[in-house]
Design a protein around this ligand. Sequence first.
Ligand SMILES: [Zn+2]
Ligand SMILES: [Zn+2]
Length: 176
Amino acid sequence: MLATWTIPAVRQRHNVAHQGRGSRDTPYHSSGPSIALSEVCYMTIKGSCLCGAVTYEITAAFQFLGNCHCSMCRKSNGAAFATWGILNPGTFHWTSGETLIQNYETSPGNTRLFCERCGSTLASAHSGVVGEVVIGTVDGDPGAIPREHIFVGSKAPWYQITDTLPQHEAWPPGLA
Ligand SMILES: [Zn+2]
Ligand SMILES: [Zn+2]
């Protein structure tokens, strides 16, 4: 399945599909599979932007982490891919700097949230509710490691995936 990665037409097709998917333009949608509550360990994860003005707290473990290689994640993070932490509902809240948070709407109802002072992209929201955070903004150990690569069909041509995590051309099974 990975033989088509480097064909530009295939990359472009997946870019278009991703961007045109409306409510699913973020790497993992909040309607994705969730783990049983019994698997949630009690912990507090903290994060902040580059300048430190915007901070947040998460009061339970992430559902899972994943690396998204889509063009929007690459652009907004300025990196080969973005590592996202998918939240359990109701576990996220801002702890400072909320007035500095700007939204960029990538499709109707879906926004990426960033600090207007330093430009750090911190999270994405669906209909105003934060569903994922950018793991690069977590301070300390997020308590998990990525489980997979997604939108590998949109991967940057200059980046080579060298780990053994599962790779999905676009959405992983169950979220497409
Ligand atoms: Zn900042
Ligand atoms: Zn993405």
